[in-house]
Design a protein around this ligand. Sequence first.
Ligand code: COA
Length: 283
Amino acid sequence: MDFRVRPARTEDKGPLMSFIKDVWGGHDYIPEVWDDWLGDPAGKMFVVEARGVPVGMNHLKFLEDGSAWFEGVRVHPDYRGRGLASMLGENSMRIARDRGVDVFRLTSGSHNKTAHRQIARIKFVEVARFSAYEPSEKMRPRPTIDTINVSVEEFSRTMNQIGQTKEYQLGKGVFWHNWTATSMSPKVVKDLVAESAVWRGGEAIAVVREGGEGSERWEEVCFLGGPEDDALKLVKSLVGRNSRIAKRWVFLPQKSPLIHKLRAEGFVRNFSMILFERRAANG
Ligand SMILES: CC(C)(COP(=O)(O)OP(=O)(O)OC[C@H]1O[C@@H](n2cnc3c(N)ncnc32)[C@H](O)[C@@H]1OP(=O)(O)O)[C@@H](O)C(=O)NCCC(=O)NCCS
């Protein structure tokens, strides 16, 4: 059978959602974001069609750090195992390369072995693992005078501090926001500082942002790094500031010494994800 990859169109939504509604027991986030993705000029969405009917999709996003982010790969159950996800991936890599992008990244839940095999097939390699830790419901923010919202004047010092943390090194220098990992390049950190998302307590640094999809909202400590005691104090003073938001996550890379500190304070691991990367120069 002939399969063809092409840009997504409004009328693809119906046929795609007819099977996506059942992915992950009906908890897939794609129905919430499809309209936004279709209209987003910073990204591109593709479908693969069989006899003129869309049976798979993916989304490609160009990030501020200069990398391309691959997400939302879905293939109809009747068409899996025939290389369609790989066709969509290869197409996105070609589009990104044409734009001069040579770093491609994606994430996948740590248990999704089927996806990992497909990801390996298109030569992406695991570069880091992260988990999201949730505070106990009882936890209330404990503001301290040491918690400082980093100002533009403190940018250079802050950039240095971030680079020296174990979490920066273990986590390949990325922060998480809305399921997307972005490198903390000087330009990216400057923008985060300008939007008042960067906090310091002693020698520790945190990036805090509100995330969401559709009508759902959550609070993310997108990055946390630094000496254990400073980092713990900092995160405890920041988490839960917006009492209207019930979901709160702190992202930490595997092997971070902060994990046991957070656990001892009642934080619980909610989910884990793997960051995969491919560099165009690798062939
Ligand atoms: C993961 C997913 C996108 C793969 O799509 P696909 O079109 O079947 O993948 P491809 O055919 O391009 O890749 C084939 C490889 O993946 C593996 N694979 C794919 N589907 C498989 C299945 N049902 N059982 C076992 N292995 C499978 C195989 O190793 C295969 O390699 P092979 O051809 O050498 O045997 C698809 O299973 C899917 O939509 N799953 C639900 C949503 C999801 O998990 N998305 C990914 C989120 S990161």
